[in-house]
Design a binder for this molecule. Structure first.
Ligand SMILES: [Zn+2]
Length: 487
């Protein structure tokens, strides 16, 4: 069998003032052809799983494009068009194909085009005709009917933090091979209850998403049920279809798919209030962290998560830590290329006074003036070693650690979510030895930081990934929808 394979991944926060252009894809990942297989083989990613699955099934892969950028504002029309044209040209040039494998996000919003993946999948379908198309989508996908019509089969991640990407990728390859071999005839049911769950309430270790996935896991063990994906959705993409959705695939049994999807949608709705989330105010969180006896206490800056499209440069927690004179403390990581450059010019060991952070979006806090010693400078390259994206290289760009009386601020040049302790270790900081570690992440940090944390405190600071949805001016999401409207 010959399968075409490509990846296009962006989670778009439509409230972000930072457009996502070609340079943002180049900074994260933009590869073509055979290079994709080399970069992703044996990594904890969807592409990694798809490649493994193909090897196991003796499938020949025809690689096209892999494009990913850090979550931010809308993808520019120019880059989207370029990527789409390239992918479609590769498809037409690929010769006889048995199947198409696509690793997409599902919450990509393009300038002038709200349903990015729906448009891309429709174009792929129009190009390949009846050839089956299998798609993996992020747990945060805002799935649309257009996507479900164009794809033969969709597999969504079942975990948040996302630790099952490779498993889902492998499944996509295997089920696609089953469809091609005539052993599987997908019957799909898709439901969108009017729910927009905030990010911090979506974790799958406990709470309403655990309840839903326990039900889905039991359903998947029943005869003829192929796979069930429950997408928590990405609330900060203000588009018509944002929010939770349910996708059930059975082998040829439409009534069964419909019944299971209805049951899951009803349960999600019944437990909708459990998704609401309360974080701790900045002052109280810092005071509690300092008073706790063990170490490290993780202060999760859930509202400034670059992985949810926030800037990654807000300063309210840092400001409070400076005010109280916190020591044995690390703030990871503040996106501020200007501050990094100033540290680099001064050199290791030099004392500098800088305006740190607060440069992207004044409505979420001003820069903070700090005087400290440049502790380390590095190229910011590391390899993920936690359960998420294991084996994949990460790039923080030129990176500096500024030490203010043992309050260490990690300053990075490329936006990257603080989800792996390696981001601290690579600059010479042992997170387990710190009293307090601030991470700019909503939920993903839990996969690798929770095992070493004495305690975790989620902090209610300002930022574009806040789970307090009343702070955002929604204009496009379908209404009424919970919790924006009381239903
Ligand atoms: Zn996600």
């Amino acid at each position: 069998m010959r399968f075409f394979i490509a990846m296009m991944s962006h989670e778009t926060n439509t409230f972000s003032p930072l457009p996502t252009d070609r340079a943002q894809f180049e900074a994260r990942d933009l590869r073509y052809g055979g290079e994709i297989l080399e970069a992703y083989r044996n990594t904890g990613t969807c592409l990694g799983g798809m490649i493994d699955g193909a090897q196991a099934r003796g499938v020949t892969l025809v690689p096209s494009l892999a494009a990913a950028a850090s979550p931010a504002g809308r993808v520019t029309k120019a880059f989207y068009q370029e990527a789409k044209d390239r992918l479609l040209a590769d498809l037409r040039a690929a010769g006889r194909l048995d199947g198409v494998l696509l690793d997409l996000h599902g919450a990509m919003v393009v300038e002038g085009l709200d349903d990015g993946e729906g448009d891309l999948l429709a174009a792929v379908r129009a190009t390949v005709g009846d050839v089956p198309v299998a798609v993996t989508l992020d747990f945060h996908a805002n799935v649309t009917a257009a996507m479900t019509r164009a794809a033969t089969l969709i597999h969504g991640y079942k975990t948040y933090p996302h630790i099952d990407m490779d498993t889902r990728g492998r499944e996509a390859t295997e089920r696609l091979a089953d469809v091609v071999a005539g052993r599987l005839h997908p019957a799909i049911a898709f439901r969108q209850p009017p729910m927009l769950p905030p990010i911090a309430g979506q974790l799958t270790a406990r709470g309403p998403m655990r309840r839903l996935y326990d039900m889905a896991d039991a359903m998947e063990r029943r005869p003829h049920v192929v796979s069930i994906s429950i997408f928590a959705g990405f609330p900060l993409a203000d588009i018509h279809d944002a929010g939770l959705s349910i996708y059930v695939c059975t082998d040829g049994d439409q009534p069964l798919a419909d019944a299971l999807a209805d049951e899951l949608a009803a349960t999600a709705w019944e437990h909708r209030r459990e998704f609401l989330h309360q974080a701790t105010g900045v002052r109280e969180a810092v005071a509690r962290a300092r008073a706790l006896p063990g170490r490290p206490v993780i202060l999760a800056d859930i509202a400034d998560n670059t992985g949810g499209g926030a800037a990654g440069d807000t300063t309210e927690i840092l400001r409070e830590l400076l005010r109280v004179g916190a020591r044995e403390t690390t703030v990871a990581c503040v996106w501020d290329a200007q501050a990094v450059a100033a540290c680099a010019r001064a050199g290791v060991g030099a004392t500098v006074t800088l305006e740190v952070g607060g440069k992207v979006d004044p409505s979420h806090g001003a820069p903070v003036t700090v005087t400290g010693r440049v502790r380390t400078l590095s190229d910011g390259r590391f390899v993920h070693k936690g359960p998420m994206m294991r084996g994949l290289e990460g790039r923080l760009g030129p990176t500096a650690v500024l030490d203010v009386n043992d309050l260490k601020i990690i300053l990075i040049s490329l936006r990257w979510q603080t989800l792996d302790p390696e981001m601290l270790r690579v600059v010479g900081i042992d997170p387990a030895a710190e009293k307090i570690v601030v991470v700019k992440s909503s939920v993903h940090y839990r996969a690798a930081f929770e095992p070493l944390a004495h305690e975790i405190i989620e902090v209610d600071a300002p930022g574009l990934s806040s789970s307090n949805l009343t702070r955002f001016a929604f204009a496009n999401v379908r209404r009424p929808i919970f919790p924006l409207d009381e239903l």
